[in-house]
Ligand binder design. Structure first.
Ligand code: GTP
Ligand code: MG
Ligand code: ZN
Length: 292
């Protein structure tokens, strides 16, 4: 470990590569991607991990698996150019984990779901396969079983495991820092503290990728600016009517779209685009004047 004696800009996040001179960190190397969420307290982004290829969205089967959480996590991952994979944990506690997996696949089409149990060694090889030679980070509530997976995948107890509360299965925020572990089977696994909410700080494109099933349909609407309400020739409403898209899925898509469009990041991008345009206009005008 190299101590951060000098303040670096940007501040390094887990997963960053740092240039070192002597034994002093001097720069954060350019990032391929940054997984981030909206800071719970302020209108800025909070980096979660850099250079991530895959995000395991870890959900404990000892509590209700919420499609909304999966869509949000998936959108964060897509924004960072990473592939989201739903990892259902503690399978042995459930009578029929496959039915939950099928429900998740129905509610969020296009996402892979892996059923695991750290204790009974279920699904661990599938996780190792997805992680091979890649950087993987885990996202999930406290008590979901992230650190237990880390230990099971590594085959040794490196991460502390916490108890969950009886009754609601809530965790106690056992993991408090973001730690990297190199897997003996190849790849790097980042354990993270449990997070309750995932506020989105993403480009609208990330929502479109998460909801690719609907987004692709929308291309076929008769009107380019179709609001998928009562317009004739709307491919989205048609898909809801014939059952290809569930009303819940459509509502989830609209909800995240509205949220992202109203977010400060998009406001900043629009403002920047406006300024860029204005600058381009002024530059052109100046060039024309000079040419006269
Ligand atoms: N029965 C069973 N319990 C499990 C399994 N995996 C994890 N648990 C239990 O779930 C609880 C929480 O596990 P952790 O691995 O600490 O959860 P975490 O997601 O790392 O939680 P935070 O660090 O607080 O975010 C512990 O009591 C574990 O023993 C499993 O496969 N089977
Ligand atoms: Mg943990
Ligand atoms: Zn439409």
């Amino acid at each position: 470990m190299v101590p951060m004696v000098r303040r670096l800009d940007p501040a390094p996040a887990v997963g960053d590569w740092i240039a070192i001179e002597g034994d002093e960190p001097v720069a954060v190397l350019p990032r391929a991607s940054l997984l981030r969420r909206r800071d719970p307290g302020r209108d800025i982004d909070q980096p979660l991990a850099a250079n991530v290829d895959v995000v395991f969205l870890v959900c404990g089967l000892d509590r209700v698996v919420k499609p909304g959480r999966i869509d949000r996590g998936s959108t964060l991952a897509r924004d960072a150019g990473a592939v989201p994979i739903v990892v259902l944990t503690k399978a042995a506690l459930m009578e029929d984990p496959e039915s939950i997996a099928a429900e998740v696949e129905r509610a969020s089409p296009g996402i892979e779901v892996i059923i695991t149990s750290a204790r009974e060694d279920v699904g661990l090889d599938a996780l190792r396969e997805r992680a091979r030679d890649l950087t993987v980070t885990m996202l999930g509530e406290s008590g979901a079983g992230k650190s237990s997976l880390v230990n099971a995948l590594l085959g040794e107890d490196v991460a502390a495991i916490g108890e969950v509360r009886h009754g609601d299965s809530k965790g106690r925020h056992t993991t408090t820092s973001r730690d990297m572990h190199v897997l003996p089977t190849g790849g790097v696994l980042i354990d993270t503290p449990g997070i309750r909410g995932v506020g989105l700080w993403v480009e609208p494109e990330a929502v479109a990728e998460t909801f690719a099933d609907i987004d692709d349909l929308a291309e076929a609407c008769r009107f380019g600016d179709c609001s998928h309400g009562s317009e004739p020739g709307c491919a989205v409403t048609e898909a809801v009517e014939n059952g290809t898209v569930t009303p819940a899925r459509l509502a989830a898509w609209r909800g995240l779209q509205d949220e992202v469009r109203a977010s400060p990041l998009v406001a900043v991008s629009y403002e920047q685009a406006r300024k860029d345009k204005e600058l381009a206009r002024n530059t052109k005008a100046a060039q024309r004047r000079k040419g006269r």
